[in-house]
Every structure is written in structure tokens, then in C-alpha cells.
Design a protein around this ligand. Sequence first.
Ligand code: ARG
Length: 490
Amino acid sequence: MKPLKLLKLQSVLAGAIAIAFCLIALSSYAQGKKTLTLATSPDYPPYEYKDTAVSGNEIIGFDIDIAKYITQELGYELKVIGMDFNGLIPALQAGRADLVMAGMTPTAERKKNVDFSDLYYEAKNTIVANKGSNFTKAEDLVAKKVGVQLGSIQQEAVKKMTGVQAIPLNKIPDIIQEIKSNRIAAGVIEDTVAAGYAAANPDLEFNTIPNTEESGSAIAFPKNSKLVPEFNRVLKQMKDSGKIKELATKWFSRPIAQETDPANTPAPSPKLGLDFGKIGPNLPYILGGIGVTLTFTLLSAFLGFLWGIVLSLFKISSIKPLAWFGNAYTSIFRGTPLILQLTLVYFATPQLTGYNISALQAGVITFFLNSGAYISETIRAGIQAVDKGQKEAAESLGVPYKQMMGDIILPQALKNILPALVNESIALLKDSALVSVIGVEDLLRRATIVGAEKYIYFEPLIFVGAIYYLMVLSLTWGANVLERRLQTSS
Ligand code: ARG
């Protein structure tokens, strides 16, 4: 490889890396000191949930109020982040959060991995099912499919019931939805939470399981956290002063978010049909996801493109180690699932480097690293497809390498691979929905949040489906215009 080419290549590479680091630095800067990060699974009203029509993005609930009270007493700032329940303990272990409040029961198994505060609330398990099922005890569930939250003590409880098939699902609203569509017979859910969902879904009923082990909630911390005694002290004070009771009354006696207009009582809920009116008040919140999805896609596509050029030059380079690196890299990134790469980057980075990478950063980094691998193949093929004679002609005319590549080969290559690049960007735009699993509030995640809150599944999903489709259409249209321009200009 010519030195000049190598130099150019290095500067592109350096540029891409610099941009990535700036991104990281920028967002870590904003974090003040003495902020405690609370992780929770906001699918558990009234303990923790979102009411996007009222409080927007904010997670609210009984647990959050307690956390706010304690941190205020102790002089900390509080930051609340949401994720799936089964990700909470790993989050503590990876140092992503300082505490977890999620109606979490301190079981022996969990105590091996994290420390707990004293109990702050008691609860019992119930069986939730469609009206008229009349399931009152474990025996009634024999030979039936029973939904439970993945990683919860309810999952363990149902596993212990002989002859009952436990179906672990990520979120409580998933369980409710599966019951309503008769895919599972029942769900095992804690009493206060079950009561809320049953109140919001008149076609459901729930019964407390007799002799069920008491399950209470406590705050979880990383092993040996110094926060435990401080928190216990304030918890005790809250119990003694009646503050916990007061908060419990506030949250447990209030009906959970449901916009039933008393003046206009709905007709007996039809099981068929869609009602888009229900998501009306949440539209601003959902539409806000467009910006997130677009920022994410554009950043990843841009960085991925730069990185793809670098990798493709590596691959056609005569320097063996570079070519080898380019090929090995592509092989690994194409050979493993994107979602695996994403979760690895998100969860392993804090553990390996101590840097608390945000979900958005983890998303952008994974996606540009991944799409760089694909794009590099496309660009390599594009360069190699340009007629050899042109290169020879340029060389015999004495055109310098840099000029030949920049003015003759690359423009033709890019024109030929434009459709492939557009394909890649479309894929990126849609795949960006994967970041919702690590909690980035992109379009898809916002739709699921609103769905969970309103107990509806299809309307928000269909709505954001249409938005994705419109975005892809505009992208295709833009690419067509560009292609036609390039065609006529040649
Ligand atoms: N108390 C149960 C447990 O510890 C369920 C808690 C579920 N919490 C939630 N935020 N979804 O396993």
C-alpha cells in the first residue's frame, strides 16, 4: 500500500474514533456528583410505572416516592432508569446502578448476589385470570399454562407447583395481554399489582393464593454497599413516623391510569376492533421517539460508512495484517447476532472499563461497528467492480494514486453501490428498534410503554409501524432522486 493512501486511511480512522469519543465524553460530562442511580422495572403500578400522558417520561410510583424521600434526607440526587425486571440484579453487579427498587423480594438466592435493606412493604401472591375462571388455589392450575414475570419470585413459586406449566414473560402487561387473548390460562402476580390491573380490566378477576409465603419488598444494593445502613436508618424513621403508611395510602388506594371519561361510559369493552383514540393524549410522547430513532440511525449510518471505507481499504490492501484484520473483523461482526453485541457492549463496558456507558452510546457504538462490517464488503466489491482498464489507463497517463482513487475509481464505485448503501440504511433504521431492549426510548419502546400503560397492544404498535414505514419511504425516495442525479451527471 502506498504511504499516501495509508496516511489518508489513518486520518479517516482517527476521525471516526475521535467522533465516537467526543460523543462519549459529552454525555458523561453532564452527570453531577453524588447522584445515586436507581434502576427499576416500570411495569408494576402502583410501585413503579409511567403515566406518559400526565408525567411524560418520568417513572412514578410508591417505590420512587420512598427513594426520593430517603435520598433527599441523606442529601443525594436521584436518577431513575428503567429496564426489564430480569436485568436489575445484573445492573447492580455491573455497576450500572447504585440501588434497585422494584417491589423486589429479598430471597436467599438473590442475597448471594446483592445486599438488601430491611423490608418496607409486605405482599401476597394472587392468581389473575379471565372472569369466571374461578382459580383460587394452586391445584386449580394443574395442566394449565400460567404466566409469570421472568426472574421474579412468582416464577419460582409456579415452578414449585406440580403439574403447572410456567410461562415466563418480560413484563406484567405481557402477562395480562396473554390472559386476555386466552393464550395462557392465568398469571401469578402480587396482590396490589393484580388489584390495579383487574380494576383497569373489568374482564379479569384475581384471588389470593392461600398459605402463600409472604413476599415483601426491600431495596437492593451492590454487595457491600455502604448505603445499606444509611438507607435502613431512614426507612426505620419513615416507618415510625407513619410516612410509609401515608405513601402506601396515596399509591395503593388510587386507581391506576385509565382515561375513562365518566360522562361517556364506554360500551361493554368489545374484544374486537381497534381504538386509536386511546393513544391520543400520548401522541406527543410517541412522536418524540422519531427524533431519537433518527438521531440514532443517522449517527450510526454516518460513522458506519466511514468505518466501512476504512475497513474496505484494509481488505484490498497489500499489507497482510491489515487485510487480515479487516476480514477477521467482518467475519466476527457478521457471524454473531446484533442483539448479542448490543447487550455485551451495554453490560460489559462498565464492568470492564469502569465507564458507565449510556444506552444510547452503547447503541450507536454497536450499530456503527456492526454496520461498518457490512458496508465494508459492499464498498470493497464496488471498488473491485470498476473496470480494471480505467486503473491501467490512469496509471499509464501518470495520474497519481490519490487522484485516481478520489476522482475516478471511488465516484464510480459509490454510484454503483448506492442502492446497496440505501438498503443498509433502511436496515439500520428498522434495526434501531433493537435498542429498545436496553431501554433507549426510541419509537418502538415508546409504543410499548404507552401500550403497557393503557393496556392496549395493537394501536400504538400499528401507529409506530406506520411511522417507520413512512421514514423508510422517504429514505427510498431521497435515494432515488440522488441516483437519478448521479446517472444524468455521468
Ligand atoms: N416481588 C416479586 C419479586 O421480587 C415481583 C417484583 C416485580 N417487580 C417489578 N417491578 N416488575 O420477584
